[in-house]
Design a protein around this ligand. Structure first.
Ligand SMILES: [Zn+2]
Length: 272
């Protein structure tokens, strides 16, 4: 045990120096746990999640989730390549699944593993609304917000897992991971992202949806619908993503420059 502890501290020490620049914001972020260790765990957890839930295939909605997801992913790749980060997403294994659930929720794990719950579709309402949610969730993944959401002590435990080389099947570790990445509804408390991470994900998400060909102002309408849902029992998604008038105003203010950015990528019209 003592050995494990010092090993994990050693690993933490080693990764703390691993600073990387976020290509979307230009900010330095700490790669607290390297992608080489996060991604295999994400892929494993994603498979597990899918095996435990009803994945919907071959319906119009399921096809829409896949097609919007592909467009958002392509937009991310194009944006990164244009900004000198070609290959940044090499280790991503994009996947987009619609899961049957009353929960109003959606998330993207590191590595591009996305789940949209059927419960959120009445609020996303249309393709552009869905693009706003998926763009936002993909943005959290691209900016590594999940990693930064883990507490130091949780990271230490995860570091120990990584140090053990083999990924642990210990439910405790899986809980830490799922909580940090917002996957679990069954694994207890979901942690909200910080306000600055939310703002960052809104901005990056807006760029992605616009390059994918969707009208960015639709995102503001989406958050207005979310806000209307907040009365009564707040949905899962809103417990981690509180809607606010600041958020809606930001999005409206960003829309023109975001459309201009998308035009640089040859987008001439924006679907709403
Ligand atoms: Zn968010």
């Amino acid at each position: 045990m003592k050995y494990l502890k010092s090993l994990s501290i050693l690993i933490l020490g080693a990764v703390v120096v691993a600073c990387s620049t976020n290509p979307f914001t230009g900010k330095q972020t700490l790669a607290l746990v390297p992608n080489s260790q996060i991604l295999p765990m994400a892929f494993q957890q994603y498979e597990e999640f899918l095996s435990e839930h009803k994945v919907i295939n071959n319906t119009a909605d399921a096809r829409m989730v896949k097609s919007v997801g592909q467009k958002i992913a392509a937009a991310a790749e194009r944006y990164l390549t244009a900004n000198g980060y070609a290959g940044y997403l090499t280790d991503y294994r994009w996947e987009y699944n619609l899961v049957a659930s009353k929960d109003v929720n959606a998330w993207c794990m590191p590595g591009g593993k996305i789940v949209v719950y059927t419960g959120i579709l009445p609020i996303t309402k249309n393709e552009a609304g869905l693009a706003a949610v998926m763009g936002h969730e993909v943005a959290h993944a691209l900016a590594n917000h999940g990693q930064q959401r883990m507490s130091a002590s949780q990271l230490q435990q995860l570091g120990a897992v990584a140090g053990n080389i083999a990924l642990s099947n210990d439910p405790e570790y899986q809980n830490i991971f799922n909580t940090a990445y917002g996957v679990g509804t069954s694994v207890g408390v979901m942690l909200p992202f910080s306000r600055s991470h939310e703002t960052e994900a809104d901005h990056i998400g807006l760029i992605l949806m616009a390059i994918a060909g969707y009208e960015p102002a639709v995102a503001a309408e989406l958050w207005q619908r979310m806000q209307a849902q907040e009365q009564g029992a707040p949905p899962e998604f809103l417990s981690t993503h509180p809607s606010s008038s600041t958020r809606i105003q930001n999005i409206q203010a960003w829309a023109p420059e975001v459309r201009a950015e998308a035009r640089k990528f040859g987008v001439t019209s924006f679907k709403r």
